[in-house]
Design a protein around this ligand. Structure first.
Ligand SMILES: [Mn+2]
Length: 448
């Protein structure tokens, strides 16, 4: 008994010392009510017609299946190939799901169609086979206003914003042999052919208004992900040493994510040493780092469809050189000034003005760095965002100033993900050090 008590104590002490995020064994999830209010809010905002959203078609590549962001946001359902129909006038939702063969079910398990309670659990008026979708649409379109709300804007993914999807698709079209249209575009075209009398409207702006503001359940998930992701970056810092390969740091960080319930990284991890610190989206991660160099790591986890974005830059040998220190301080001061300026109602221009004032007061030459707002973070690490962004309570944003000197093989970026609160912001990713002294003290714990 005493031995067991001692064991439990030692274990708790070890967890405390290792700073491993403690949480219940159950995988953190969302309540059914969360998806119910999201659907009601969307139907309320749209007010008329028929809203149709599509699930991701199926598995791709070696990664885990990840549902389409917009579809998951309104259903919490991970069935591939499904369709969600919402009818604002009756405030009702219907799910259409592919009928699986017995062989498919044996191979990959069933879906909502195989669960008699699925409709109740998901808050759907009914769950039908997807083969019934067109008949259903023909029936209800005769009764509703002939307006069909579809996602006519690009879809976003875990690592790519809607605007980036559009950009990458456009680039793909440079080569006419790669010029495929997206599933999103194909669906709109298909509806035009099938239902020429229906007016197609874009539901995306209505979705984005909702997705930009995080709910209490989302905030809880983001706080947990931030703790895990911060722990992961700390682990990578402790793994770094002269002679280490960049991918060793990636491996150390990914292990922390996977052990704590994340599906994986939210984007290809960036671990750049020396000259690679200056390549903003470097992800080869196959260089050997040397003493005297900096290493820049941009990393975050994907936990239950919510992402986190962190960047830290530190000296491989454990101590910043004077020149590195000087530039690091500028980036850090600008980042901190940006964070100080964040509160509801603030624009990018106002943050810039605050940073400028602050640097003047402190007598710091910002070396051309101006600060400002970063990008919103959520289901996508480059989350949905309106072009002229004004901060609101409940928004989550990455602030990531950086200075890059390729001729010196020296790039420094410091990035935190923050939650906009009623009167300021909460730094979600403060668990990983960014002060020079803190970084050097952490690195001094390494043994090599
Ligand atoms: Mn970022």
């Amino acid at each position: 008994m005493v031995v067991r008590k001692k064991l439990v104590f030692t274990l708790l002490l070890a967890l405390f010392l290792l700073n491993i995020p403690l949480r219940s064994a159950a995988f953190p999830g969302y309540s059914p009510a969360e998806f119910e209010w999201r659907r009601l809010a969307l139907m309320e905002a749209v007010g008329q017609g028929i809203i149709v959203l599509f699930a991701a078609p199926g598995n791709s590549g070696a990664g885990h299946f990840r549902q389409d962001n917009d579809f998951f946001y309104f259903t919490g359902c991970e069935d591939a190939g499904a369709i969600l129909v919402m009818i604002p006038e009756s405030r009702s939702s219907f799910l259409f799901v592919p009928q699986k063969t017995e062989g498919e079910k044996r191979m990959e398990g069933g879906n909502s169609l195989d669960d008699p309670k699925a409709g109740e659990k998901l808050g759907m008026r009914a769950v039908y086979p997807v083969s019934y979708f067109d008949e259903f649409l023909s029936r209800i379109s005769a009764r509703q206003k002939p307006v069909l709300y579809l996602r006519l804007s690009p879809e976003d993914t875990v690592s790519e914003a809607r605007s980036e999807r559009a950009l990458f698709l456009a680039r793909q079209h440079r080569n006419p042999y790669n010029a495929l249209i997206s599933l999103n575009q194909f669906r709109a075209e298909k509806f035009r052919l099938m239902y020429p009398a229906l007016e197609l409207k874009d539901v995306t702006p209505y979705i984005d208004v909702l997705r930009m503001i995080k709910s209490p359940e989302e905030i809880a998930m983001l706080r947990l992900n931030a703790r895990i992701s911060a722990e992961a970056v700390k682990k990578a810092m402790l793994t770094s040493r002269p002679g280490a390969m960049e991918y060793e740091l990636e491996a150390a960080a990914v292990e922390v994510l996977l052990k704590n319930g994340c599906r994986g990284p939210a984007y290809p991890p960036i671990v750049g040493s020396g000259p690679n610190t200056c390549i903003l989206h470097y992800d080869k991660n196959n260089r050997q780092m040397q003493a005297g160099e900096l290493v820049l790591m941009d990393f975050g986890g994907d936990l239950n469809y919510l992402t986190i974005d962190i960047t830290r830059t530190w000296p491989v040998s454990g101590k910043f050189t004077e020149e590195q220190k000087k530039i690091y301080r500028v980036v850090l001061e600008v980042q901190k000034a940006c964070l100080e300026a964040l509160r509801p109602g603030v624009t990018s221009r106002e943050v810039q003005a605050y940073v400028e004032k602050k640097m003047e007061e402190k007598g710091i030459d910002p070396l051309g760095l101006r600060g400002g707002l970063g990008h919103l973070v959520g289901m996508s690490v480059h989350d949905v965002q309106s072009p002229d962004l004004v901060l609101k309570e409940g928004m989550v944003m990455a602030i990531e100033p950086g200075l890059y000197y390729p001729e010196k093989n020296l790039g420094i970026r410091i990035e935190d993900t923050v939650l906009i609160t009623r009167d300021g912001c909460e730094i979600l990713t403060s668990g990983v050090p960014k002060e020079i002294e803190e970084i050097e003290a952490l690195l001094a714990r390494r043994k090599f």
